[in-house]
Design a protein around this ligand. Structure first.
Ligand code: ADP
Ligand code: NA
Length: 338
């Protein structure tokens, strides 16, 4: 039987991914290519829903793609590509937008949050229809429905559940109006995905938009500053290395990072550091973080230095994605009456 499909996208909105992106999403991308027919997309169309600089976007798109490959996403097993290289994303988004109610789109809580930050003058129609483009991103890679159709899976955090629900609704609505075309995608939380908090404000999520430079560890950061940030991570006035989300949020976050990166249980780490204080614990953790990210950083920089190779890999990914997306759109165009 065919492997289940998985689709996931990430925005090129920073010059590096961070530790939270890695442990909460990207490491799972690498793992899922063994068990899924995986489609991984750098969603640059989504990155222009708020004001942007073209040169910065172009650079960040390349850096994002290079990091995915450097982390171990294998371009011969997974389909790794840039959204704008496959124009069918925008075309299907238009069709799905015409099936979306204005009020239905207006109920998306992410839009309410983001638009309230932009103010009404800075809020684009693109920001409003963003979830429709996400639906198109996913449904373009739908297997053909039928009794033997493989699953279509989408890894989602809590904040994206409502958008996936809209995608399922739109898939069902299209099928109902025009005939069975899409498999309804299923949300799933990938195994071992860890929520990472800010190193300086350990009760808040580590986030590129909200974290201070000292609170966030970038995948591409130089080793010196990276080590310092871990050493200076906020803990508490105690000295016990124990997991306690409420009373010891800082230590708990560090234990979670350590456990995820080394593959050791939290209980084993607590036992290893019983009585040794925070200093040694952080020093060892810093080494584990460096050991993880140094090779990724080096591979990323090598790929960015060899622009021709990176472009060749992305053209290869776009070709694989297009083969599926074009087939889906042929069916969609025909059913819609084009
Ligand atoms: P940010 O929150 O920094 O803006 P994004 O929203 O672009 O990052 O998230 C990209 C991916 O990384 C998503 O799958 C998201 O769930 C995951 N992610 C982001 N921050 C964290 C975090 N602190 N811990 C775990 N996963 C995270
Ligand atoms: Na975010």
């Amino acid at each position: 039987p065919a492997l289940p499909r998985v689709f996931s996208g990430i925005q090129p909105t920073a010059d590096s991914f961070h530790l939270g992106n890695y442990l909460g999403a990207l490491r799972q991308w690498v793992a899922m290519q063994d068990t899924h027919d995986a489609f991984y997309c750098v969603v640059d169309l989504h990155a222009i829903t708020i004001e942007h600089d073209p040169a910065v976007l172009r650079r960040r798109t390349k850096v994002a793609a290079a990091q995915l490959l450097a982390m171990g996403v294998d371009p011969d097993r997974a389909t790794v590509f840039v959204q704008s290289h496959v124009p069918e994303h925008a075309e299907l988004a238009w069709v799905l937008g015409c099936l979306t109610g204005f009020g239905e789109a207006g109920r998306m809580t992410q839009f309410k949050d983001k638009s309230s930050k932009q103010g009404s003058a800075g809020t684009s129609v693109g920001l409003f229809t963003y979830p429709v483009l996400q639906a198109a991103d996913i449904l373009l890679y739908s297997p053909e429905p039928g009794p033997d159709a493989p699953d279509l899976r989408v890894p989602v955090g809590e904040d994206q559940r409502q958008h996936l629900e809209l995608t399922r609704t739109l898939a069902g609505r299209f099928n109902h109006r025009f005939g069975e075309t899409f498999v309804a995608p299923e949300a799933f939380i990938p195994k071992d995905a860890a929520k990472i908090t800010d190193l300086q404000e350990p009760t808040a999520k580590m986030s590129k938009s909200a974290s201070s430079p000292q609170g966030i560890v970038d995948v591409l950061e130089d080793p010196g500053p990276m080590r310092k940030k871990i050493m200076r991570a906020v803990t508490d006035t105690g000295s016990e290395v124990v997991y306690d989300e409420e009373k010891k949020a800082g230590v708990t976050n560090l234990l979670r990072i350590y456990s995820a990166l080394e593959g050791t249980s939290v209980a084993d780490l607590e036992a290893r550091y019983a009585g040794s204080g925070y200093g040694q614990f952080k020093k060892d953790l810093a080494q584990v973080v460096l050991d993880t990210f140094t090779p990724i950083r080096e591979r990323t920089l090598r790929l960015l230095d060899d622009e021709e190779r990176l472009e060749r890999l992305l053209a290869h990914g776009a070709g694989r994605a297009s083969a599926v997306a074009e087939r889906t759109m042929e069916i969609v165009r025909d059913r819609v009456g084009f």
